[in-house]
Design a protein around this ligand. Structure first.
Ligand code: UTP
Length: 293
């Protein structure tokens, strides 16, 4: 765990979130509530649970929403304290007690690769983790820990991969892979951003968790805009796969892409029915509702 302490987490949250307009006109999509917490709080909690205590959030428009959320709000706390509402007080305090959170603006949203490059001065010359702020990994299905272990064992960059259907692969970066002795770990030999079904090297999609070696910064400095006119992290990873080498950890657990409207709704339903405080009421209602469809 002491090794982990030196690893910093970078959470890019500067995208335009156009799929969620107009909700994201004045609010980043990472602040959309998933049950009763904004998506990005789950992501910060995931980093903290993996032993990382230095988190840098890359902000875009409407930056104050995110930084305000992780700040303490003394008047709200004293109000809840006076009312004796300790359960809510505890929930409020948890959101402002998540370790050392730093912020940086991306300026223009020139792509995920550009957002990651902005973290260079904060991260320095060390391996770091990138967690996308709209991509939730269910806390019951650990992933980041396995990725950090693989990086510690090899010193190389590690990406998270998930098998998707051929119909979905065009929405992701797709990886060409070779097996290793471990069925959950592959060697990544190439990457293509958002390929057509027929051009995809496999159905392994890159999802929003990365453990990156600092060499990625030099590559990103000279990465030209790619798909969609954006500086793509996938393009830099392709170069790393050709040179140093990249591993993929295969994730078979529960993941929710809260930047996608249908997936966002599924995330809320799935997480809410499993909760002690909401499941009892929601489960029978959902059954009735589904029976009427
Ligand atoms: P997306 O590909 O989901 O893009 O970004 P987007 O622009 O935010 O959303 P849509 O497609 O318009 O709805 C993946 C992740 O990278 C971040 C986003 O905030 C998200 O966490 N990102 C993307 C940046 O931080 N900066 C960028 O310039 C682009």
């Amino acid at each position: 765990m002491s090794q982990r302490k030196r690893i910093k987490a970078v959470i890019p949250a500067a995208g335009l979130g156009t799929r969620f307009l107009p909700a994201t006109k004045a609010m980043p999509k990472e602040m959309l509530p998933v049950v009763d917490k904004p998506a990005i709080q789950y992501v910060v909690e995931e980093a903290v649970t993996a032993g990382i205590d230095d988190v840098l959030i890359i902000l875009g428009r409407n930056k104050n929403n995110i930084s305000n959320h992780f700040d303490a709000v003394p008047e709200l706390e004293s109000n809840l304290e006076k009312k004796g509402d300790l359960e809510k007080l505890d929930r409020v305090k948890k959101s402002s007690d998540l370790g050392d959170i730093h912020y940086l603006r991306q300026g223009e949203p020139k792509g995920l690769g550009h957002a990651v490059l902005r973290s260079r001065s904060h991260v320095g010359d060390t391996t770091f983790a990138v967690l996308l702020g709209d991509d939730l990994i269910d806390a019951r299905d650990p992933l980041l820990d396995r990725m950090l272990d693989q990086n510690e064992a090899t010193g190389l960059t590690v990406v998270a991969l998930m098998e998707v259907s051929p119909e979905q692969i065009h929405m992701y970066g797709a990886a060409a892979v070779e097996p290793t002795d471990d069925p959950d770990i592959v060697k990544v030999t190439g990457l293509v951003e958002k390929p057509k079904k027929e051009d995809a090297p496999s159905n392994y999609a890159i999802i929003g968790r990365y453990v990156l070696t600092p060499g990625v910064f030099d590559i990103l400095e000279r990465t030209e805009p790619g798909k969609g006119g954006e500086i793509q992290l996938t393009d830099a990873l392709q170069e790393l796969a050709e040179t140093d080498g990249v591993y993929g950890v295969i994730f078979r657990g529960r993941r929710y892409d809260t930047g996608d409207r249908a997936d966002y709704i599924k995330a809320i339903v799935q997480l809410a029915v499993d909760r002690d405080d909401l499941g009892v009421e929601l489960r029978p209602w959902l059954k009735d509702f589904a029976a009427g469809l």
